[in-house]
Design a protein. Sequence first.
Length: 312
Amino acid sequence: MNEPIDSATASPESQRCGLVAIVGKPNVGKSTLLNALVGQKISITSRKAQTTRHRITGMRTLGATQFVFVDTPGFQTLHANALNRSLNKTVVGAVSDVDLILFVVEAGSFTAADERVLKLLGTGIPTVLIANKLDHVHRRADIAPWLQEMQQKHAFAEFVPMSAKNPKDVERLFGICEKYLPEQPWWYDEDELTDRSEQFLASEMVREKLFRLTGDELPYTSTVVIDKFAEEPPAKKGQKRLVKIAATIVVERDSHKAMVIGDKGERIKRIGTETRQELEKLMDAKVFIELWVKVRSGWADDEARVRSFGYE
Ligand SMILES: Nc1nc2c(ncn2[C@@H]2O[C@H](COP(=O)(O)OP(=O)(O)OP(=O)(O)O)[C@@H](O)[C@H]2O)c(=O)[nH]1
């Protein structure tokens, strides 16, 4: 693993591919670790990934192995709000069929909050204890007895004291994880990160804002369809490229449409604004987004065009 082989030489028979979940209480370094594992850009990709059980946050193909990282949002804010409550139900399910779980804690520490997260994990899936922020531990000698204590807490497959900020540690972690992923052909292209993936990211982002801002009221059957995704190069040097997106939120009933639009269009405007702000950060681009709401009602083409405001 330290010397990645040319992936082109990895024949489908020798390929490995599998799902890896990174879980842990807030602030232990999950995002830092995920970003380090995935590389520079978090990529969300093709339709294959668009299941209700898994939200793919990124993937990395190294040598013959494709690591597919799944998002487990509910673990981060267990008791925050109504949406998270409903997410938690799916989150526990989502973690129950990954190939590997990375359970992240701060090295030398195990609190009640860590325990709560650990309890949600079953015992059937290999779980690696990531003792992160090792660089914060001044007396390394304290780590050995702590690791022994941790062995009593759960049947961890392995113990990895490391720092998510240390590239060598991250590289070593790939080597450790590799063997837990099944031998099967890759699901994605080796360097998958295309316009299509940004398009998917855009629809996921609208979806996320939609459900966050409508709370529990809106049925999960509502979907988001990207109608247009066009890119323009920067007008001037030093400026960012422009991404123009048009998306339709498809709901089942007129009452749902009203809910999405909100009073005087306030809610859809906010969905659009928050989506744009986050996409601009993620895509490193200037984003222009238009949202429509459509009721899917058989033959009736009951389409209301709702222009969202505030986009230059
Ligand atoms: N010193 C040190 N700091 C780290 C390490 N990993 C993460 N951090 C820092 O810890 C803080 C929390 O990291 P995040 O990656 O945001 O943690 P998280 O678990 O994703 O947090 P939530 O999003 O709240 O769940 C940040 O300030 C990171 O820079 C590490 O290995 N060493």
